[in-house]
Design a binder for this molecule. Structure first.
Ligand SMILES: Cc1ncc(COP(=O)(O)O)c(C=O)c1O
Length: 463
C-alpha cells in the first residue's frame, strides 16, 4: 500500500477534546481516574519496548506486571509489530464473515499441536471472559448437564457466566443473580471435587492450573491429575483456564504440561496475541466441537463478530514464532527458578515475608501480619482503614522510589505479583531483587513508610 490518507482527513476528535485526561474522567470512569491519581501511578507513557516503559517526564519504568501476563514477548516486539504492519498494508479482508479465514486454520492447528493431548479444534474470540462463556455453553451442549464446579479464589472474568464461577462477593455484589447450578470447592481438595461431581449432574470442572489472582497458588503435586481422573470417571469435562498461565508464562507452553494432564478444553487469551490485538482461543476435543456445531443449521450457533479477524490471527501466529525462536518458555523456567531462589535469600530475614512461590515467571511474594508490637500496631491500624492498602503501599513505593511497576493479586491483597515479560534481562531481575529488598527493609524499620501509608489510607477514605 503506497497511498497516503487523503488530505481532508485529520484528527478531528482530538481537536474537539484536547485533554484526554479530563475527558476520561468525565466520560469514561471518574473513579478509576481518581484512584490512579491517588496511587500516583497515572503517568503519561510515550514509548514501551521490551520490559521498559518510558514516560513524558523522562522516567523509565521497569515492567514487572506485564499487564497481568499479557506482555510475555515484551512490549511492541518488533517482529510482531512488523507482521501487523504487513497485514494492514496488504489491504486484505480484515473480516468478511462469508469465507474461510485461512490464518484462523493455521493458528488453530499450531495451538492444538503445541497444547498436545486431546485437543484438536479451536474456537476464537476476543477475551478470556468470552472464552469462559464458550466453555460453559460447550460443556452443557456436550454433556447435556447444566452444573459447573469451580475453585475458591478463582478469577475467570467479569461477564455474568464467568462471574458465576468466581465466589468472591466483592466482584459479584450488585450484579446478581448469577447462573444457577455452580458449586465452589477449595482449590487443592480432591475429596471436595469428588463429592461435588458424584451427583453426575456436573458438566465441567473449571480450574486455573496455577491460581493467579488468588495469590499465585500452586496446586499440590497430584491434584490436577486427580481431578482429571475423577472427571473421566464421572462423565464430567476437565477444563483449564490458561488465560494467565499459558503462552510460556510458567516455563512451559501451558501450565498443564507441568502436571502431565490432558484437559478436554483449554482457554487461552492475554499473551496469545503479543499484547497488541485482542484475541482468545478455546481449544477442545473433536467430540465437544461436534456436539456444538453438529449440522449446517448450527454452523454459526456460537460465534462473535471479531472472532477470527485477520489482525488478531496474524498477531497470535507472530507471537507463537517469537515464543519458539527466542525460547521464551525455557527462559521463563530457568530465570524464574533463579529469581525465586534469590528472592528467598534476600527476604528471608524479614518477619512480614511469609512465602515466595510460583512457577516460571509467574511468582508471588506473600506478606503476613508482623509479630513485633512496634510493627503490629501500624499494620493493624492501616489494615483497618482499607485491607488492600498495605499491598498497595508496597506497589507505590516500588513504583515511585524504584521505578518498577508491580501489583497485588486481585483476590489476595497480601500477595505481590511478580510477572515481568519473559524477555526480562538478568540485570533487570537483579535490580528488582535489590529494590524489593530495600522497600521491604524500609517497611520493617522506618516510621516514614507507615506514616505515609496511613496518610494515603485516610486520603482514600475521604476522597
Ligand atoms: C485466569 C483468568 N481467566 C480469565 C480472565 C478474564 O480475561 P479477560 O479480562 O480477557 O476477559 C482473567 C483476567 O484477568 C484471568 O486472569
Amino acid at each position: 500500500m503506497n497511498s497516503r490518507p487523503p488530505k481532508h482527513l485529520n484528527r478531528q476528535a482530538d481537536a474537539v477534546a484536547p485533554n484526554g485526561q479530563e475527558s476520561y474522567a468525565r466520560h469514561v470512569n471518574p473513579e478509576w481516574a481518581k484512584l490512579a491519581n491517588l496511587l500516583q501511578m497515572n503517568l503519561h507513557y510515550t514509548r514501551c519496548t521490551g520490559a521498559e516503559l518510558e514516560t513524558a517526564e523522562g522516567r523509565t519504568i521497569l515492567d514487572f506486571l506485564s499487564g497481568y501476563c499479557v506482555h510475555n514477548t515484551g512490549h511492541n516486539h518488533p517482529y510482531i509489530v512488523q507482521q501487523l504492519i504487513d497485514e494492514l498494508q496488504a489491504e486484505g479482508p480484515a473480516m468478511l464473515q462469508s469465507n474461510i479465514v485461512e490464518s484462523a486454520g493455521t493458528l488453530a492447528e499450531a495451538l492444538c499441536k503445541r497444547a498436545g493431548g486431546k485437543v484438536s479444534k479451536a474456537f476464537f474470540c476476543s477475551s478470556g471472559s468470552e472464552g469462559i462463556e464458550a466453555v460453559i455453553k460447550f460443556s452443557r451442549a456436550f454433556t447435556k448437564r447444566t452444573e459447573i464446579v469451580y475453585a475458591t479464589g478463582a478469577f475467570h472474568g467479569l461477564t455474568c457466566g464467568a462471574l458465576s464461577l468466581m465466589g468472591d462477593q466483592f466482584w459479584r455484589e450488585g450484579f446478581g443473580p448469577m447462573l444457577s447450578g455452580t458449586t465452589e470447592v477449595p482449590f487443592g481438595d480432591l475429596a471436595a471435587i469428588e463429592k461435588a461431581i458424584a451427583t453426575r449432574k456436573v458438566a465441567a470442572v473449571v480450574l486455573e492450573p496455577i491460581q493467579g489472582e488468588a495469590g499465585i497458588v500452586v496446586p499440590p503435586p497430584d491434584y490436577l491429575k486427580g481431578v482429571e481422573r475423577l472427571c473421566q470417571s464421572h462423565g464430567t469435562l476437565f477444563v483449564l483456564d490458561e488465560v494467565q498461565t499459558g503462552m510460556g508464562r510458567t516455563g512451559k507452553f501451558l501450565a498443564a504440561h507441568h502436571y502431565g494432564v490432558e484437559p478436554d478444553m483449554i482457554v487461552m487469551a492475554k499473551a496469545l496475541s503479543g499484547g497488541l490485538v485482542p484475541c482468545a482461543a478455546v481449544l477442545m476435543t473433536d467430540e465437544i466441537c461436534n456436539s456444538v456445531y453438529h449440522s449446517l443449521r448450527r454452523a454459526f450457533i456460537h460465534t462473535s463478530t471479531f472472532s477470527e479477524n485477520t489482525l488478531a490471527m496474524r498477531a497470535a501466529l507472530a507471537t507463537l514464532d517469537v515464543l519458539a525462536n527466542e525460547r521464551l518458555a525455557e527462559r521463563a523456567q530457568s530465570i524464574g527458578l533463579e529469581l525465586r531462589e534469590n528472592l528467598r535469600r534476600a527476604l528471608a530475614s524479614f518477619e512480614m515475608v511469609k512465602e515466595i512461590r510460583g512457577e516460571g515467571l509467574l511468582c508471588g511474594i506473600e506478606f503476613q501480619a508482623p509479630h513485633t508490637l512496634a510493627l503490629r500496631l501500624p499494620f493493624e491500624a492501616f489494615k483497618a482503614i482499607n485491607p488492600a492498602m498495605f499491598g498497595q503501599m508496597i506497589v507505590m513505593r516500588m513504583f515511585n522510589d524504584k521505578n518498577i511497576l508491580t501489583q497485588i493479586c486481585g483476590n489476595n491483597f497480601m500477595v505481590l505479583k511478580v510477572a515481568p515479560p519473559l524477555i526480562i534481562s538478568e540485570r533487570q531481575i537483579d535490580y528488582f531483587i535489590k529494590s524489593i529488598n530495600d522497600v521491604v527493609a524500609m517497611m520493617h524499620s522506618s516510621g516514614t513508610f507507615w506514616s505515609d501509608a496511613i496518610k494515603l489510607g485516610r486520603c482514600a477514605v475521604s476522597t
